[in-house]
Design a protein around this ligand. Structure first.
Ligand SMILES: NC(=O)C1=CN([C@@H]2O[C@H](COP(=O)(O)OP(=O)(O)OC[C@H]3O[C@@H](n4cnc5c(N)ncnc54)[C@H](OP(=O)(O)O)[C@@H]3O)[C@@H](O)[C@H]2O)C=CC1
Ligand SMILES: Nc1nc(=O)c2c([nH]1)NC[C@@H]1CN(c3ccc(C(=O)N[C@@H](CCC(=O)O)C(=O)O)cc3)C=[N+]21
Length: 376
């Protein structure tokens, strides 16, 4: 239903833009084909295994947009994901997605005797990285996904990381490889990420996956987890994206840039704000959707927000806190209490984007295994 409405809107926009008739007809046919098959899936038993109603990321002709899973979102009901008036509950959405992944993994195991496998390479002992990696491995266990952790010392040589990577690239029981970032200074991140097999690049950081994400009419094998999680939160919360003004704060390769690309693919008008932007407050307060990934605690105050804006806070800054379990707590980019008063929906930190990143990692790893085995 929602997908159909969005597609109708896009078609109207394309017509207004005088897109060539041939392109429009071809595209519409393709969309129709996708929608019918999505509807078929919805009414079949397979719908149980449909995690996200994303078109398969293979066709060049599909609209560059992901629809929400219509089995989860009913536009006539208040979106279940927005609890406590206007807080988007990323934790519970992520739990729901993870349990659907678990169902699919079980089905795969029973049907072909295989399970997806994720390999994580962790260099050094950064406290926050250790926590994230621990969470990822725990999430894999709960979903029935095999996980392997290669822990290397902070002072390891580039060849050590490379040989771990080569080993996982060759290992047929591994379908996803993640190199935990940031790497220690002396290691060449670009060189290392280039070596991850394209088919196992569940982080979506390989330049070919990023390149395909950035080009119209092309589809990456994997969409980076955090950006994909942000879009999923917006869609599942019933937020309209087409034609809206979006501001992305931050332009890093792993978060800001791919989020802005994804929002464009969903036909938002995107402005990117970064550390050199003059008067970021004036720009941001015009946005219907604000996604912030700067890593600067409390950067976004109420004066930065248009009343009714939707705010997705990716920022996760560890702040010393001796009373917290691990001696620190996480703080977002957004002054949460202020945002609650002015925005129509806000993600909290923790409990917003973070859990979605992990859920999307599981989805990407499952998709990778499915692709390899031709399992649907
Ligand atoms: N929740 C999750 O799942 C995840 C959270 N994160 C968190 O997101 C945040 C961003 O991560 P990442 O992209 O890797 O960080 P980077 O440090 O690589 O990038 C930060 C970006 O923010 C911009 N920036 C910095 N300060 C300001 C400012 N005052 N005003 C406007 N823009 C600013 C920088 O601009 P410039 O380019 O000009 O330097 C840069 O583009 C971090 O807190 C990180 O921990 C990251 C990944 C996943
Ligand atoms: N190759 C690579 N891929 C990444 O995706 C990647 C990375 N490197 N390096 C670091 C960032 C950061 N990141 C997070 C993942 C989960 C939470 C998360 O689960 N956060 C929880 C709280 C976690 C806690 O308990 O401390 C929350 O926000 O509720 C946060 C941040 C992934 N990153």
């Amino acid at each position: 239903m929602v997908v159909a409405q969005q597609v109708t809107k896009i078609m109207r926009m394309m017509a207004v833009k005088n897109a060539t008739r041939r392109l429009l007809v071809g595209w519409a046919k393709e969309s129709q084909r996708h929608l019918s098959s999505a509807a078929d899936r919805k009414h079949s038993h397979r719908s149980q295994s449909q995690i996200l109603l994303s078109p398969p990321l293979v066709s060049l002709d599909l609209p560059e947009i992901w629809g929400s899973d219509s089995t989860h979102y009913d536009p006539h009901q208040p979106p279940s994901s927005i609890t406590r008036s206007n807080v988007i509950d990323g934790k519970s959405i992520a739990e729901e997605i993870r349990s659907r992944v678990a169902v699919d993994v079980k089905r795969m195991k029973e049907s072909i005797g295989k399970v997806p496998g994720l390999a994580v390479i962790l260099v050094g002992q950064r406290r926050d990285s250790l926590t994230y990696v621990r969470n990822k491995i725990k999430a894999c266990e709960e979903a029935g996904i095999k996980s392997v952790l290669a822990e290397l010392p902070d002072c390891c040589a580039e060849e050590d990381v490379m040989s771990a990577l080569f080993k996982f690239n060759e290992d047929s029981s591994i379908h996803g490889i993640l190199v935990q970032l940031p790497l220690p200074e002396h290691l060449d991140e670009e060189k290392i990420l280039n070596v991850v097999s394209l088919e196992k690049d569940v982080d979506g950081f390989h330049p070919l996956n990023m390149g395909n994400l950035s080009m119209r009419g092309r589809e990456p094998l994997f969409v980076p987890c955090t950006p994909k999680g942000c879009l999923e939160l917006l869609i599942r919360s019933g937020v309209e994206i087409v034609g809206k003004k979006a501001v992305v704060i931050g332009r890093s390769n792993i978060v800001g840039l791919p989020i802005s690309l994804l929002l464009q693919r969903h036909h938002a008008t995107v402005t990117i704000v970064h550390a050199c932007t003059k008067n970021p407050e004036r720009i941001t307060c015009e946005a219907d959707i604000v996604v912030t990934a700067a890593g600067v605690p409390n950067l976004v105050r109420s004066s930065w927000l248009k009343p009714g804006a939707v705010v997705i806070d990716v920022g996760t800054c560890p702040i010393e806190d001796p009373s917290a379990e691990y001696g620190y707590r996480l703080v977002g980019d957004v002054c949460f209490e202020e945002a609650l008063r002015i925005a129509s929906a806000v993600t909290p930190v923790p409990g917003g984007v973070g859990p979605m990143t992990i859920a999307m990692l599981l989805c990407n790893t499952l998709d990778s295994a499915k692709r390899l085995y031709g399992f649907t």
